[in-house]
Write a new protein. Structure first.
Length: 347
């Protein structure tokens, strides 16, 4: 199993000083999760807390404890404990910790940006909340946007949605060494392999494959929510136009919605926003690999489903679980055939 070590830095009321403790030998389970619309990665850390054994340490970790996670002895994540649960029946403590992006999710903001450069807007939001940042894409794109009573996360995604309309790129936030970074969503996880005698490197995709690392798949597709034709009307009930997806109409039949034109809005834009195609839900269980995280693309080789056979799928959610008692490290990935960001539009 991939080695995982967790260190905690906390203030001891009894000793009146900060202590740094290694929780690794006490760990029972560690679960890490994230998804594209809740980008602050969470760690649920459960470790032994023997009530009556005076020879065993009883670390007084609590909300505010600073957590560092090492995988294969490399620091990969930093965060703060938000919740502590002591269970005397199981004689355990469970800590729930989040990275720095939680401050963007939990904080409300209001801004009126007028022809301001997108990346400068994002930096201003971070500076106002004392959230440090590393990599923010340089776009030079001016933004005019009223943001009122939104979370800081929503504010930044509103800005990135406007940027995406001009760049045709998909964006996602992540915590990079305890700082906000923004990446172009969908980079495919790869292996770099040296070819003997070659001067360069040959790159191959690191695949999810039932013959190697996948243990199970749940695949669901449905047309229950499909809308492939929209009739648009004016405020008097007169038809002003139709938008449709002719391919799905021929294959699945017609699923029609109506749209009434809104003042000062292009009816085609409003009508097209109602079109909805096939919904797919894909969940894969596999042996754990920390590289497979929300925001990346994964090459999948599952011959029992055409949709998943030698195709790149996009990770919209991940849960990594270390069971230290059994020595098993597994992951559950929520995949999407489309590379889409968490699009937010100004209301």
């Amino acid at each position: 199993m991939t080695a995982i070590n967790i260190w905690a830095k906390y203030y001891s009321e009894g000793l009146k000083k900060y202590l740094t403790e290694d929780l690794s030998d006490l760990l029972k389970t560690v679960v890490s999760s994230c998804n594209k619309s809740s980008v602050s990665r969470k760690f649920d850390i459960t470790y032994a807390y023997p009530i009556n054994d005076t020879n065993q340490p009883k670390f007084q970790t609590a909300p505010g404890t600073f957590i560092t996670v090492y995988i294969d002895y490399i620091a990969v994540w930093y965060g703060w404990v938000h919740t502590r649960e002591i269970n005397t029946h199981d004689q355990t403590i469970t800590l729930t910790a989040y990275d720095c992006l939680i401050y963007l999710i939990k904080s409300k903001v209001t801004y009126n940006f007028n022809n301001a450069v997108a990346e400068n807007c994002i930096k201003q939001i971070c500076d106002d909340l004392d959230v440090k940042y590393n990599c923010i894409p340089i776009t030079g794109i001016p933004i005019t946007l009223l943001i009122k009573d939104k979370t800081a996360y929503e504010a930044i995604m509103l800005i990135l949605t406007e940027v995406s309309k001009q760049t045709n790129k998909q964006y996602i936030m992540y915590a990079d060494k305890n700082r906000l970074s923004i990446m172009e969503k969908g980079a495919v996880i790869q292996d770099s392999i040296s070819i003997p005698g070659a001067t360069g490197m040959w790159t191959r995709y690191h695949a999810l494959d039932p013959a190697e690392n996948m243990s199970g798949t749940i695949y669901k597709d449905t047309i229950d929510n499909m809308i492939n034709r929209v009739k648009a009307y004016d405020d008097k009930g007169n038809v002003i136009g139709v938008v449709e997806n002719s391919d799905t109409r021929k294959f699945y039949g017609t699923f029609q919605e109506t749209y009434t034109k809104e003042d000062d809005k292009d009816w085609k834009v409003g009508a097209c926003a109602l079109l909805h195609m096939l919904d797919t839900e894909i969940t894969i269980d596999a042996l754990g690999d920390w590289r497979f995280k929300t925001g990346y693309g994964a090459f999948v080789c599952a011959p029992y489903i055409d949709m998943l056979n030698k195709k790149v799928m996009y990770i919209d959610g991940d849960t990594h679980t270390w069971n230290l008692e059994s020595g098993l490290y597994t992951m559950e990935l929520n995949l999407n055939a489309e590379n889409t960001m968490d699009v937010l539009e100004a209301s």
